[in-house]
Design a protein. Structure first.
Length: 140
């Protein structure tokens, strides 16, 4: 299964590997295909380097996380016709939908309400499930 995981879930998994997001990411990396685009990875990278995480995760651990995720993921390019579509109230979140649509992903895992409100629309139009981590854990 091809799966896009939102930045907030990935960072939660890094900070709390035994929590629900951590369990979800472990399952995705162990049995499925995590999908990134340059834009989705750039967001993860920029957020993970924020000083507010200094007390939770050191620089070497951050480098290792980014290296491991980069190596384990499949990478897709988003065609211009998909990249030009707007879906979310927060257009910054559209990059995750674009990634999912570009590779025909079956699942987008997020805790972001701006993406979660799109569940019905994306399921009907693109057969894309948008789930919270706790819901995804049951499915995976």
């Amino acid at each position: 299964m091809r799966i896009v995981v939102d930045t907030n879930v990935l960072i939660s998994a890094v900070l709390s590997p035994d929590g629900v997001p951590g369990q979800v990411v472990q399952k995705v990396l162990g049995s499925h295909l995590m999908v990134f685009t340059n834009a989705t990875f750039a967001e993860l990278e920029s957020r993970l380097w924020k000083p507010k995480f200094d007390r939770y995760i050191n620089l070497e651990e951050r480098k290792a996380v980014l290296h491991d995720v980069r190596a384990a993921a499949i990478w897709v390019d988003v065609p211009q016709d998909i990249a030009g579509e707007a879906y979310s109230r927060d257009t910054d979140d559209d990059k995750f939908i674009h990634a999912a649509i570009a590779c025909n992903a079956e699942l987008l895992i997020t805790g972001d309400q701006d993406l979660l409100v799109l569940v019905k629309n994306l399921q009907d139009s693109h057969q894309l499930l948008v789930l919270k981590p706790v819901e995804a854990l049951v499915l995976l």
